[in-house]
Write a protein that binds this ligand. Sequence first.
Ligand SMILES: O=P(O)(O)OC[C@H]1O[C@H](OP(=O)(O)OP(=O)(O)O)[C@H](O)[C@@H]1O
Ligand SMILES: O=c1cc[nH]c(=O)[nH]1
Ligand SMILES: [Mg+2]
Length: 209
Amino acid sequence: MSKLTVFDHPLIQHKLTIIRDKNVGTKEFREIVDEIASLMAYEVTRDLPTEDVEVETPVAITVKKQLAGKKLAIVPILRAGLGMVDGIMKLIPAARIGHIGMYRDEESLEPIEYFIKLPEDIDQREVLVVDPMLATGGSANMAIDALKKRGAQTIKLITLVSAPQGVEAVQTAHPDVDIFTAGLDEKLNEHGYIVPGLGDAGDRLFGTH
Ligand SMILES: O=P(O)(O)OC[C@H]1O[C@H](OP(=O)(O)OP(=O)(O)O)[C@H](O)[C@@H]1O
Ligand SMILES: O=c1cc[nH]c(=O)[nH]1
Ligand SMILES: [Mg+2]
């Protein structure tokens, strides 16, 4: 069974509470999603391997740690996942970025894929799939399926708000994929929105509601 990590860091919780407020506008929403993504990336990358390297300081030669060249790819699920990319890239600037375009059919809630473009060596990279919302889990599962079909082997899923149903769906379909989320909410409503959630993340990020 994959691991579920719910971040209880006070900064993450505080910032998530701010953007849940329906009166927060697009500019502030986008800025805070970016900040939360950075804070989450710091924790998600905690287990990256390091190696010893020699470095000459102005004072002496010493041996210290650097990242052991583990290659990463950040894969946002469009549109809303785009809002988390820059925040993660600030910490991991050498990561490659893949894109998976997907939207949920409003009636069936089934995801529909409309775009996919990944780094060619995706099979050699640890992949961070990012999407603010994990609701039914349909989109995340379809994105992970698409990644595995193209050879991705190590995948983590990073979300801001998750519904228990979505977590269970991903854990069942992909027990090898660890999930990191800033908030585990109560449930889904009859329209498939997370309750209490934060509404439609894509619309709030891009001002399209
Ligand atoms: O877990 P699920 O039930 O699949 O729902 C979650 C998906 O729904 C939202 O995208 P949406 O379909 O609104 O597309 P958008 O990002 O373009 O707004 C969200 O960003 C996820 O991708
Ligand atoms: O609550 C939800 C559920 C799916 N997608 C969103 O953007 N919000
Ligand atoms: Mg949307």
